[in-house]
Design a protein around this ligand. Sequence first.
Ligand code: GDP
Length: 461
Amino acid sequence: MSVSSFSQYDDTILALATAPGVGAIAVLRLSGKDAIAISNQVFYGKDLTQQKGYTLHFGTIKDEEKVIDEVLISLFRGPKSFTGEDVIEISTHGSPYIVREVMRLLLHKGARLAKAGEFTQRAFLNGRFDLAQAEAVADLIAADSDMAHKAAMHQMRGGFSQEIAQLREELIHFASMIELELDFSEEDVEFASRDQLKALIEQLLVAIRSLASSFALGNVIKKGVSTVIAGKPNAGKSTLLNALLNEEKAIVSEMEGTTRDFIEDTINIEGISFRFTDTAGLRDTTDVVEAMGVARTKSKMKEASVILYMADLKRITIDQLQTEVIELNNLQLPILLIGNKSDLLSDQERLVWQQSFPAMLFISASNKIGLDELKTKLLETIEKDKISGSDTIVTNERHYHQLRQTEKSLVAVITGLDNGISNDFLAMDIRQSLHHLGEITGSITTEDLLDNIFSKFCIGK
Ligand code: GDP
């Protein structure tokens, strides 16, 4: 059978595709024009070079006469494979020794070790999918919540790219019309209606801005919502964290100052990861709001997407809490005010608190009362409901940056149109927008950009 010719590469790469260490099985992957021939040199059972794509083969891997393992080989012929090249996946028994030996043999027969992300990079460069989709592969592997998984899957299947590509097509049409006008500059012709162009740009801006604004949620989905629990010592912060986590990770004690450092843990609420940080470590000063001034807390707070501020309603006065709330508001972050130890309040006391702080949520951390309401409030702070299930959510910082750049250049086009700038400048501004859009999907790339993106993948991907 003929050697594949759909790839721009000459060499064949090899990596362990499964996690290193002992396991039931380990999968080694080879991709490249000699993937099948190289494997065939160490595989005994069948002549792999004579097999069709999408087939499975049982046999042994031998080093001369020594049997290294009994294996199962999946054979893919390009261009119908992940990378677009011939691909071999060897499933061995999951022993690090066997993996090492098989790799050594394959390297000896002519494969070379793959770099991080090189399989996906080849897939991209061989036209299997665009850049945004390739990046989604990394996100998919890293996704650890329902929402993160959904967003990555949507992007990998091309949802995000299609939207961008279509907008770009329309703009390309106008760019070429205006460039055509440049060729006829002596005659006073207008191939591209300025009104239509402006309408298209405005439509583009709406789409771009909505994509860009989805990043606030996208980022949260990908990285989790950084949630800081703050409040005076003994307010019940660790107890709340424990109750939410349902396990005893933080140390709860009657003595003040037992929580020495930040405690971070993640809980999943309706598919969104909330990363909780208990700032209880900072209690050198008796005034915790003041202690927020301490550099580390401050930086934690700045990173935070939401702050849960807890008050022990038995130990604080209305005036004190009011002062603290005013200071908290200076942080300009969403704050959930939580009145803890509500189990100790009389109905009368509770009413008084309620009147002074209508937004306060009454809970009892130790009795696990009010926790569901707390979770609902937390979800509200990230405005998840604003985005419907089918909407594209931008989760990638690079895309967000490019979208903002595109927005800027589109605004420049509009300004240019309004000010009646000359066609060559107009064409330049449009080209600029096209460039930024192209960088998202990879229609326009530089080697640096690719290296940067794919080096963040793991080896074997
Ligand atoms: P932190 O310093 O803010 O982390 O406070 P802790 O979580 O260590 O709690 C301080 C004390 O308050 C502990 O003895 C807890 O058992 C107690 N506590 C926490 N929540 C409640 C509650 O809802 N009701 C009552 N009665 N006690 C609570």
